[in-house]
Design a protein around this ligand. Structure first.
Ligand SMILES: [Fe+2]
Length: 195
């Protein structure tokens, strides 16, 4: 293996990873992911801000290899719904992942494809969050500063974004009385008068 692949350095502020590749997601990339389309349109009319950035290091692609990513999510809301990542399943459904919180405060939303069971796990600095296989996972910044974190997963896990793009998570995380609250999407839509 190329010796350059044996050491990398990441910048926890920008999520840049030495030898890594960067994906930036802007508000326009997240059309359809937020529950409230009117709030989305209103936010979009004010510009197209960066919502999150993920840098990935992929030293190898053989079974047994590991991939490493650093995420940096900006704070913000669309209506009452906090800034979120698209979320995904792993293409290889059984593949798990570790998330490790670096800075800021947020949540990881998990939804088991087999049981529909939902978990909302707090992500704070030094939190080590195990994302089991078969669970769709989405990161949410519920704080007022950037949320940064590490993800480590099997190289052959793959990403399935399409299933989430099609039907989204069954729950949303919204601000109520200054606090993040997990509620069913349909209940939130009904509260907006748009179920
Ligand atoms: Fe993942």
């Amino acid at each position: 293996m190329d010796i350059d692949r044996l050491l990398s350095v990441f910048d926890p502020q920008t999520a840049a990873v030495q030898h890594g590749s960067v994906v930036n997601r802007y508000l326009s990339d997240l059309k359809g992911y937020y529950a409230d389309p009117r709030a989305y349109e209103a936010a979009s009319s004010g510009g197209n801000p960066l919502v999150y950035s993920v840098s990935s290091l992929e030293p190898g692609h053989e079974a047994g290899d590991l991939h490493f990513g650093v995420g940096m999510m900006l704070p913000g809301k669309i209506g009452n719904e906090y800034y979120l990542t698209k979320g995904h399943y792993h293409a290889w459904r059984a593949a798990a992942e570790y998330y490790i919180g670096l800075s800021g405060s947020g949540m990881v939303l998990l939804e088991d494809e087999r049981t529909q069971e939902t978990h909302l796990i707090p992500m704070t600095p030094n939190a080590v969050i195990y994302v089991p296989g078969y669970n769709a996972h989405r990161t949410i910044n519920t704080g007022t500063v950037p949320l940064t974190y590490i993800g480590i997963f099997a190289a052959n896990a793959g990403h399935d974004y399409g299933s989430i793009a099609e039907r989204n998570f069954r729950h949303v995380v919204v601000e109520q009385d200054g606090q993040p609250v997990l509620i069913e999407r349909q209940t939130y839509l009904a509260s907006l008068g748009r179920a």
